[in-house]
Every structure is written in structure tokens, then in C-alpha cells.
Design a protein around this ligand. Structure first.
Ligand code: GAR
Length: 197
């Protein structure tokens, strides 16, 4: 059984897709051992609670500086003894020490077809605003391993999504989530849980 820790910052629709996939059997050989949020009061925490998954907050506001937060985050991560860490809308830069300790064991979902619209400053709705601004006709989502760069790690899965005339960033974001993110993130976890890599 792969011990999976999910890290979140907000609404947690990707977390929900993972929870639902474990329940339905679309993800096998994996158990959700915990959820860590860097923000208090977010819907992700309710989703974890409703699913009976241990959840906690590690907020930078509770630490004197970034170094202390990074250590606190790593200590909390270690306490779950995870085999795989899933960044499901976790909008915090991962401490280098954590990347070293969990090399090839951290994955991230990004709401574009990497290498388009990724890197520093591209997160959440900003990604879709940039895609519409550029006028691309196809966008999508990517699951990749996390390395020390921003969205530069090896790609595991991608899925393309059509951009339609009249799309707003919000409408496009929702379509990318529904048609790509909520499918490929659970699929990537299932793949890792069953491939022994
Ligand atoms: C998702 O669209 C995810 O791809 C994105 O944040 C959103 C979180 O939504 N992540 C990034 O932009 C990372 N660079 P959720 O909380 O509903 O899953």
C-alpha cells in the first residue's frame, strides 16, 4: 500500500477527485494518510474531514521566518511517513531539503500543457488568463515530478483540453479541471501505486 500525503492550499477539488478515486477503486494499492494545508479555513480541510482523513494546517503565519516554516513543514510531512507526496493545488515553494529527502516521490498537477504557461508566477487562474491572452486553441493539464525548478520536473501525464470562443479564465479553468486535472491526477497516482516506481 502506497502511503499518499496530499498537500493543498484552497478549494481542494483535485483532493476530492483523489478521495473519490480511492473510494471507487480507480486508485488501488494506495491509502490517503494525511492532508496538509498551508491555509486555515479552506474547503480542502472539510473535504479531508468528511472523508475521515487526518488533516492539519502548517501556516507560515505561525512561524517567525521562512526557514522555520520550511522546517516545520518538513517535520509535519515526515510525521506521516509518506511514500508519495501529491501537490494538489499547493501554492507554496517546496523547501529544497524536502525535495532532496523525497526525490522522485513528489508530484504536482499544473493547469497547462507544460512547457506552456508554467514557471514562476503561473498558478491558478493566472495560467488560464495567460492562455486566453496568447490565443491558444488547446490547453490542458500536466502531472509531473517535482524537482528544484518551478514546473521543470519530468512529465508523467498530460491531457489536452479545447479552448472555446468566448471562454473566460473561470470557464476555461473549470473545463481544464473537469476534463483533465480530475482525471490525470488520480490516474498518475494509480500508475505510481501499481508500477513500483
Ligand atoms: C488547480 O487548478 C491546480 O492545477 C492549480 O491550482 C488549482 C487548485 O484547485 N495548481 C497550480 O496552479 C500549481 N502551479 P483545487 O484546490 O480545487 O484542486
Amino acid at each position: 500500500m502506497l502511503r499518499v500525503l496530499v498537500m493543498v492550499s484552497g478549494g481542494g477539488t483535485n483532493l476530492q477527485a483523489i478521495i473519490d478515486s480511492v473510494k471507487s477503486g480507480d486508485i488501488t494499492n494506495a491509502e490517503l494518510v494525511g492532508v496538509i494545508s498551508n491555509n486555515y479555513g479552506v474547503k480542502s480541510l472539510d473535504r479531508a474531514k468528511n472523508a475521515g482523513i487526518d488533516a492539519c494546517v502548517v501556516s507560515p503565519k505561525d512561524f517567525p521566518d521562512r526557514a522555520a516554516f520550511n522546517q516545520g513543514l518538513l517535520d509535519k510531512v515526515n510525521s506521516y511517513k509518506p511514500d508519495l507526496i501529491v501537490l494538489a493545488g499547493f501554492l507554496v515553494v517546496i523547501p529544497e531539503k524536502m525535495i532532496d529527502e523525497y526525490e522522485n516521490r513528489i508530484i504536482n498537477i499544473h493547469p497547462s500543457l507544460i512547457p506552456s504557461f508554467c514557471g514562476t508566477g503561473y498558478y491558478g487562474l493566472k495560467v488560464h488568463e495567460a492562455a486566453l491572452e496568447r490565443g491558444v486553441k488547446l490547453t490542458g493539464a500536466t502531472v509531473h515530478y517535482v524537482d528544484k525548478g518551478t514546473d521543470t520536473g519530468p512529465i508523467i501525464m498530460q491531457k489536452a483540453v479545447e479552448v472555446r470562443p468566448g471562454d473566460t479564465p473561470e470557464v476555461l479553468q473549470r473545463r481544464v479541471m473537469e476534463e483533465a486535472e480530475w482525471k490525470i491526477l488520480p490516474a498518475a497516482i494509480n500508475y505510481i501505486a501499481n508500477s513500483g516506481c
